[in-house]
Design a protein around this ligand. Structure first.
Ligand SMILES: [Zn+2]
Ligand SMILES: [Zn+2]
Length: 365
C-alpha cells in the first residue's frame, strides 16, 4: 500500500510503497477513507520523543471501513464504518472497566508480540505506526480496541476529526472541567482542538465563551461555533481583556491549546479565584513554566491541570459526538478547512505549523 513515512526527524515525509500484514486474532484491517492531520503528528515529525523509532508512519485521526478482521474480534464486522482513536487500551484493567481507558497502563497488550511479523514494514524493517494507528496510508491495521463503530450516515472526513481533535477539545470541556450552565470560559488557540473546546463548552451550557487567537479568520470561525466574545491577542493583552469582559474577575475555566509557554502562563493569569487553567496544547519538550505555587496557586486560589485526550471514554464519546453532529448540534462542517491528497501531506503539515488551517484532512490516497 502507499504510505507517508518519516525516515528522519525534521525531514519531509516520503510517500512510498510499504507492506501491510493480515489481521491477527484481535486486529482489524481498515481501508482509510479520511485521515486528519493533527499537531501531535507534526510534533513527532519535528521532535525525537524517544517513543517512536523511525521509520515512522504518522497519522492517527482515521475514519474508514473495516475490510478484514481477526477471528477473535467481537462486536465488529466487515463493512462497519469506524473511527480510530489513539487511546488503545486492554479492556480489562481497573481503569478500563471504570470507564477511564485513557488511563490504561496495559497499552502494550494491543501491540504485536516482539519478534512477530510487524503490522507495517519496508523490506525487513518494521515501520512504527504512530499511536498504534498509522493513518497516513491507504490501510491501517489496528487492535480492535483502537476503533469504534460510527453511523453509516457520518461523512468520513468529518468523522475522522472526532478521533483526536474533537474529543480532546470537547472532552476537556465536558469531561475534565465538567462545565455547568452559567460558567465562564476562555480558550486560547482556535485551531481544531480549540474550536472543539468552544463547542463542548457551549453544549455544556457555558454563559460566556471567550475565544483568543492571533488570526482574525480563526476568531470568525470561533464565533460561528458559538464563542460569545473574541480577542485578537496580537492586538490587545488577552489577560486584561478577559478581566474586562468578566467584571474584573477572570473566567472560571481557561483552556490553553496553542502549546506555547507564554499562553500557558496567560491561561493561569486569566482565571478567577477557585478557577482552573487546563493545559492541553503540545508544548515544546524543553518548555519549563516558572510558577510560584504559593503566590500563583495557593494564595490566589487557582488550579492548574492538564488533560489527556479529553479524559474520554472514546467508545462512548465518539458515537455521542457523531450523533450530535447528525442532529446539527455539533459543527464539524466548518472545522475541516482543507481536503488534500496523501501526496500533499507535507503541505498539510506545513499549514498546521504556520497555524493557517482549522483542520486539514487527507481524503485521496
Ligand atoms: Zn486497561
Ligand atoms: Zn491528535
Amino acid at each position: 500500500m502507499r504510505a507517508a513515512v518519516l525516515h528522519t526527524v525534521g525531514e519531509p515525509l516520503v510517500v512510498q510503497d510499504v507492506a501491510i500484514s493480515q489481521p491477527g486474532p484481535h486486529e482489524v484491517l481498515v481501508q482509510v477513507k479520511a485521515s486528519g492531520i493533527c499537531h501531535s503528528d507534526l510534533h513527532v515529525c519535528e521532535h525525537d520523543t524517544g517513543h517512536y523509532p523511525a521509520p515512522l508512519l504518522p497519522g492517527h485521526e482515521v475514519a474508514g471501513v473495516i475490510v478484514a478482521l481477526g477471528d477473535a474480534v467481537a462486536g465488529l464486522s466487515v463493512g462497519d464504518h469506524i473511527v480510530a482513536c489513539e487511546v488503545a487500551h486492554c479492556g480489562h484493567c481497573i481503569d478500563c472497566i471504570s470507564g477511564r481507558p485513557f488511563m490504561c497502563p496495559n497499552v502494550h497488550e494491543t501491540e504485536r508480540a516482539e519478534g512477530a511479523t510487524p503490522r507495517v514494514s519496508i523490506g525487513n524493517t518494521e515501520v512504527t505506526a504512530f499511536a498504534h494507528i498509522g493513518g497516513f496510508a491507504e490501510y491501517a491495521l489496528m487492535h480492535e480496541n483502537s476503533v469504534v463503530v460510527i453511523p453509516d450516515e457520518m461523512p468520513f472526513d468529518r468523522a475522522a476529526i472526532l478521533g483526536c481533535g474533537v474529543i480532546t477539545g470537547a472532552g476537556a470541556a465536558i469531561n475534565a472541567a465538567s462545565i455547568r450552565v452559567g460558567d465562564t470560559v476562555a480558550v486560547i488557540g482556535c485551531g481544531g482542538v480549540g474550536l472543539s473546546v468552544i463547542q463542548g463548552a457551549i453544549l455544556a451550557g457555558a454563559r460566556r465563551v471567550i475565544a483568543i487567537d492571533v488570526h482574525d479568520n480563526k476568531l470568525e470561525l470561533a464565533r460561528t461555533m458559538g464563542a460569545t466574545d473574541v480577542i485578537n491577542s496580537a492586538e490587545v493583552d488577552p489577560v486584561e481583556r478577559v478581566r474586562e469582559l468578566t467584571s474584573g474577575l477572570g473566567v472560571l475555566y481557561s483552556f490553553e491549546v496553542a502549546g506555547l509557554k507564554r499562553t500557558a502562563l496567560q491561561a493561569l493569569e486569566m482565571i478567577r479565584p477557585s478557577g482552573t487553567a487546563f493545559l492541553i496544547g503540545i508544548q515544546a519538550p524543553d518548555t519549563v513554566l516558572e510558577i510560584n505555587p504559593l503566590v500563583d496557586l495557593l494564595f490566589s486560589k487557582r488550579n492548574l491541570r492538564t488533560v489527556y485526550m479529553g479524559n474520554s471514554n472514546f467508545k462512548h464519546d465518539i458515537p455521542l459526538l457523531a450523533e450530535m453532529y447528525l442532529q446539527g448540534r455539533l459543527n464539524l462542517d466548518d472545522m475541516v478547512s482543507d481536503r488534500i491528497a496523501l501526496d500533499d501531506v507535507q503541505q498539510g503539515l506545513e499549514n498546521l505549523r504556520i497555524g493557517s488551517a482549522a483542520r486539514t484532512v487527507i481524503t485521496t490516497f
